[in-house]
Design a protein around this ligand. Sequence first.
Ligand code: HEM
Length: 364
Amino acid sequence: MFAKKLSAALVSVALLHHSVYGLAPPMRRATCSGGQSVANAQCCQWFPVLEDILPNMFDNECGDDAHGALRLSFHDAIGFSPSKGGGGADGSIIVFNSTELQFPANNGLDDPINTEVPFIEKHNVTPGDFIQFAAAVSLSLCAGAPKVQFMMGRPMPTGPAPGPDGLVPEPFDNVDVILARMNDAGGFSPTDVVALLASHSIAGADDVDPTIPGTPFDSTPELFDTQVFIEVQLRGTQFPGRQPGQGEVMSAVAGEMRLQSDHLMARDSATSCAWQSFAGNQAAAQSAFAKAFNKMAVIGHNPTNLIDCSDVLPSAPPLPASAAAHLPAGQSQNDIEQACATAPFPTFTAQPGPATTVPAIPQA
Ligand code: HEM
């Protein structure tokens, strides 16, 4: 008894000592069975999941499955409103898919859901945790992506996101509607929302124009770079398909799709300067995206009830030297539609040669 009391007293003295001198309290790290060191032993269970999904779910590449996993994490998390309900990042999009997949904004998410369900069952983790883990892992496959957090401990969802729709932004919504929705769901600022759209640098559309699945939103959909912020600011001249889909506007580059929502974000006075600030500024885009993504991943939860397992996540490779921010071939600085009123759009050099067509993203 006395010994117990004494050791408790010693621990508190030790903690006091560390906080007095500004040092973090000593952490008891755990070693997992594979030899990895983590801050919390409960995080060890994610290493076998990681080692399985990298090759078997993602083919170790920043391709269609990685893009789909990232989009799914957004559509699950955003299904929350303080006034309308919903559990946020709770896996309801999987467990209650018969309701949520009826919402038109969730078109096409049957693909990543079908991909993820067998892995969720195999590893016996909650769908809410798995969706956010898979998204964080997908980022680690995309060169240039920042390190994000992964928090575990989301319980099973208790019901679907409220319908009949309206919580997931649509590409034909205007900027005011999207900003209001994002603020309601997670307190995101306009800059947070623009930063989250860096995700569209590793993305494309299958269903906006279903005749051309896998049409990318920028010329480098396998890289988390800032090309989307540059290319969406260029004057639109063409549609990649025969007819525009709902929420699609003309893009500047053949083979590339531009969402009306991205186009308006780049030009609206509430968001255009934030949009422009990320063009060619990889470090700013990375840190603002990571901050907003980490907030998104815990919508509907009290983070103090979750365990930080970020140390399970690999880091993405850096952008290759050949991936410097640029204008696509055939474009010039005059093709930039200046929108920010307080600073000029940064200057970029065009890739040499005649204009080229961006190939579709190979479908999984
Ligand atoms: C806020 C407004 C947003 C709108 C209106 C929007 C809209 C869209 C649309 C229409 C698509 C194409 C879907 C298809 O036809 O296949 C798409 C794809 C995608 N979006 Fe968004 N999005 C938004 C925000 C986000 C956010 C916050 C993220 C993640 C952090 C995200 C990640 C993605 C990804 C990764 C894809 C590509 C999916 C794939 O290639 O399979 N989006 N988005």
